[in-house]
Design a binder for this molecule. Structure first.
Ligand code: DAH
Length: 357
């Protein structure tokens, strides 16, 4: 029995892996294992012999089982240690920036705009690029006969002969999102609506698809003063300057009354645009107090609520900020251009980091 004990304890101690250990278990204490066979021999012994050999065999079996279990745990521990050592990763290491793709300047600009307005308590609303002419025109106080419809160079969707439903259009501006938002959420509200818009036009300063964002702020006592402050804050943050003059020029839009086009102060010294200095002016947006009919069309009582709206061309302010000379290049998908004007995807625009770094 001592030989058996010595033999198996040594073999177990030297086992290299779990399957080797399992073989040893079968060999020693399995049904036909050496120790099990010895236990069967107990039946042939005299009662006196059995009294000595029985407990000794049982103790040996227990000892072997315990050694097997301990070795099994030790092997598992060692395997885990080995895995931990090989899969080790220092998460505190800085990322090594590898620029493969880059963020398109329009996407970057939209992110910057959202960050600036989010800071002033505006949320982002989006609408579909296909609209019917109620949302794109009528609800915005642009009835069928209005000259603004002709000026917009609208893309109308195909309609089958005899189909009398209101025609669908590719939205010509982001203003319909105002209507949809007020209809769905009522007043008060404070939103910007960035997105793609479409007009049948193509030259150096026009593409059939371009980007706008709409701003809308409705409450009980919102005035042009709030509009002016909001736009000043936006222009300063967007162009990353401490001071800028805005010029409000009286204008006309069917959906606002009064209406104003807004110019920003700038200089063009040496062909380089500087916002916030000099005495040139650059038009960047249309705005005004939301027309009572527009509120009414959106289910909001104009005797109770009022507010401002504005619409800005995103492509244009991106060109101004980043010195991009030709609008059409935005949509050419030219990799060399994207590498030059694109942004690092790891630098997310944020006010605390100066937006564009
Ligand atoms: N929708 C106008 C356009 O595309 C832009 C605009 C002007 C939007 C004045 C407004 C606004 O909300 O108040 O030309």
């Amino acid at each position: 029995m001592d030989d058996l004990r010595e033999k198996y304890l040594t073999l177990i101690k030297d086992a290299g892996d779990e399957s080797g250990l399992e073989e040893l278990r079968v060999q020693a204490v399995g049904k036909k294992g050496e120790i099990s066979l010895k236990m069967r021999e107990l039946g042939k012994m005299t009662p006196e012999e059995r009294q000595v050999a029985g407990p000794a065999l049982n103790a040996l079996k227990d000892e072997i089982n315990a050694a097997l279990a301990a070795k099994k745990a030790a092997l598992a521990d060692a395997a885990l240690e080995e895995r931990l050592a090989s899969e080790w990763l220092d998460v505190t290491l800085p990322v090594r920036p590898q620029r493969r793709g880059s963020i398109h300047p329009i996407s970057q600009t939209m992110e910057e705009i959202s960050a600036i307005f989010a800071d002033m308590g505006f949320s982002v609303a989006e609408g579909g690029q296909i609209e019917n002419d109620w949302y794109n025109f009528d609800a915005l106080n642009i009835p069928g006969h209005h000259p603004a419809r002709a000026e917009m160079d609208t893309f109308y969707m195909h309609r089958d002969a005899g189909d009398n439903r209101p025609p669908h259009v590719l939205r010509t501006h982001t203003s319909p999102v105002q209507i949809r938002h007020m209809e769905a959420h009522g007043a008060p509200c404070r939103i910007i609506c960035p997105g793609r818009v479409y007009r049948a036009d193509y030259d150096q300063t026009h593409t059939p698809m371009f980007h706008q964002f709409e701003g809308l702020c409705i409450d009980k006592d919102i005035s042009m003063a709030n509009l002016k402050w909001t736009l000043e804050e936006f222009v300063k943050a967007f162009f990353e300057v401490d001071h800028v003059e805005l010029r409000f020029r009286a204008s006309h839009f069917p959906f606002t009354e009064p209406s104003a086009e807004v110019d920003i102060q700038c200089s063009w010294e040496g062909g380089v645009l500087k916002v916030g200095e000099g005495d040139d002016w650059l038009e960047i947006l249309g705005s005004g107090m939301v027309h009572p009919k527009v509120l009414q069309n959106s289910g909001i009582d104009p005797n109770e609520w009022q507010g401002f709206a504005f619409g800005v061309g995103i492509d244009r302010i991106a060109m101004l900020k980043y010195g991009i000379p030709d609008l059409r290049a935005f949509f050419d998908a030219d990799l060399r251009w994207l590498r030059h004007y694109g942004f690092n995807s790891l630098d997310v625009p944020a006010l605390h980091s100066g937006l564009s770094r």
